[in-house]
Design a protein around this ligand. Sequence first.
Ligand code: NAG
Ligand code: NAG
Ligand code: NAG
Ligand code: NAG
Ligand code: NAG
Ligand code: NAG
Ligand code: NAG
Length: 636
Amino acid sequence: MKKMGKNLNKNKNMLLFFAIFFFRTIVSIVTAEPVEDKQILINFIQSIPHNRAINWDMGSSACANWTGITCSPDGSRITALRLPAFSLHGPIPPNTLSQLSDLQILSLRSNGLTGPFPSDFSNLRNLTALYLQSNGFYGPLPLSFANWNNLSILDLSNNGFNGSIPISISNLSHLTALNLANNSFSGEIPNLNIPSLQALDLSNNNLTGPVPQPLERFPSSAFAGNDLSPFSSMPPVLSPTSQPSKKKSTKLGEPAILGIAIGGCALVFVLLALIMILRYSKDEKEVSERPQKEEKVTKLRSGSQNVNGNGSLVFFEGSSLAFDLEDLFRASAEVLGKGTFGTTYKAALEDTSIVVVKRLKEVAAAKKDFELQMELVGNIRHENVVTLRAYYYSKDEKLMVYDYFDQGSVSSVLHAKRDENRTPLDWNSRLQIAIGAARGIAYIHAQSGGKLVHGNIKASNIFLNTQRYGCISDVGLAAVMTPLTPPVMRIGGYRAPEVGDTRKVYQASDVYSFGVVLLELLTGKSPSHATGGEEVVHLVRWVHSVVREEWTAEVFDVELLRYPNIEEEMVEMLQIGMQCVARSPEQRPKMAEVVKLVEDIRRTTNTGASEVSTPTTEVTASPVVAQQIGSSVVAM
Ligand SMILES: *[C@@H]1O[C@H](CO)[C@@H](O)[C@H](O)[C@H]1NC(C)=O
Ligand SMILES: *[C@@H]1O[C@H](CO)[C@@H](O)[C@H](O)[C@H]1NC(C)=O
Ligand SMILES: *[C@@H]1O[C@H](CO)[C@@H](O)[C@H](O)[C@H]1NC(C)=O
Ligand SMILES: *[C@@H]1O[C@H](CO)[C@@H](O)[C@H](O)[C@H]1NC(C)=O
Ligand SMILES: *[C@@H]1O[C@H](CO)[C@@H](O)[C@H](O)[C@H]1NC(C)=O
Ligand SMILES: *[C@@H]1O[C@H](CO)[C@@H](O)[C@H](O)[C@H]1NC(C)=O
Ligand SMILES: *[C@@H]1O[C@H](CO)[C@@H](O)[C@H](O)[C@H]1NC(C)=O
């Protein structure tokens, strides 16, 4: 009986647990939207002038889709609002943002906001970071900061604040960074005793008097551009060295002991010096080794510091990203690759979103043409085309901002170092990559009245989207770049034979490049690779030669041989690939046809129907035919 009772209890507990669980999930579904906070934001944005369109609309999910919004984990409140460089103008309407009482991060930096410090912000009791820098705020700061127990970062720099720095800032006991630079603060620096403070900038104000003792630990640059008197208390530099001489004089009566002492000291000194030399040389070694290890993580900030002046990021509609150039440059960036058109970085932004930033090397297009092309490319939305989110164009710097896919490019997954630890790219994945990429290219070719050309299709420009289908990146870049010189192109291995100038590309040359990608997926070989010595083997030529000699499985990637019953599908893909790399552009299928062919690979073999109607003969015939026709260029 006792045992049963225990079991019953256990069941009851289980039931209770599930009841609570379901209740919770239901509550969280019901309250998944911070309805009140949304209304507050709508009121705010409607009552403040702004030039950039914003996708805030009561009907859509604020937590999922609204620009610049972060919600609490249960979705009931808004916890962060970031609208940097959103061209907001004028004073912050009172009783709007201050009602977002759970707000922890508020960033309105680099806007055109004016007016006095929004005094009602004191209601934001949970605030941990407030970024209001680079606006037009003016007047004195509030006298009391008592409400902001949790504030850790306060950046009010580059505004027109004046008056004295309130001593009550000392009450911000969790403050780690305080930036009041480039304002008009006057009077003496208050005795801010905040042990947690790690960064301080009071430069370029109108402050006077001494630097208070608790702030002496900060570098002098933190106080530059003020009219300050020298440090209040000079550190006692001379006293320690003067003491031994005093001792010497009192102990003159015992020269022997002194001699031993000096000798001992000297010995200790020599030993110490030796140890230090040894340690130093070790440190030096470590230092010289370090850069190599950390080479991958950098900052995007380039040599030309003054990027703020000439232009800003241009965003495309539907982007829920909120960051500005400053964010990008501050983000920690990891080099993903160095390509023909420039270096690609993975950049982690302050709000935890991750984007891909491509720094273009040699843009030939003038600003106007560049903008036109980007406008065209930036409005393409397709699940198999990597979305261009924003771009930046200035004299010294051209940046492209794309969505980030964490699975990497087809090139990286296919050619990752082959060892035991590696899970090979299975056939199904390769098929999905081919299908996705084909759909993406076909969609691109349908744009701009059916005239848009990608111009640089290759495995490193195809990524795996969340469903692990191929997804095309770098659309339309070839058209704005300085043309590549022939040797570079040939080594590329993806370039159709009729392409001379990399800017004069055709849809048929995209089809050729896609064909090379198909062959790459099948063979697991790079489109051009050195085999001993200097010899560079052209993938297309190699496949041709193997296929011509004997219709064999020799071309297929050995890693694919472990999967059963895929030979037919591989042969079919090989045939499609060969059609695409036909030497003569007229002989290549259109991308829309290619999509159908690739999609049918699985379908035909699954139904078991013998629809292998793609002419096998054409495969071997095409190179010969092509040689006869020569390389006539078709304009499309
Ligand atoms: C978010 O926006 C996307 C399109 O940008 C849309 O497909 C999706 O339904 C939206 N989600 C919500 C929850 O509104
Ligand atoms: C702020 O501090 C209070 C206590 O001082 C604490 O209860 C609250 O959770 C904190 N809020 C945040 C967002 O850290
Ligand atoms: C915000 O602060 C209140 C107390 O002022 C606290 O009850 C609440 O949990 C805080 N919210 C968050 C998200 O920390
Ligand atoms: C601060 O600036 C305002 C104008 O913006 C001016 O009226 C006021 O006198 C200034 N206060 C101080 C202390 O300089
Ligand atoms: C804030 O600081 C002022 C001046 O240092 C002090 O008088 C006051 O008691 C502090 N308030 C709180 C809530 O700590
Ligand atoms: C203050 O202004 C100067 C000159 O415009 C600038 O170089 C400096 O970076 C600014 N300081 C801060 C903290 O923004
Ligand atoms: C700084 O203070 C001096 C006098 O103390 C005043 O003449 C000058 O105008 C002030 N400068 C600014 C930028 O407020």
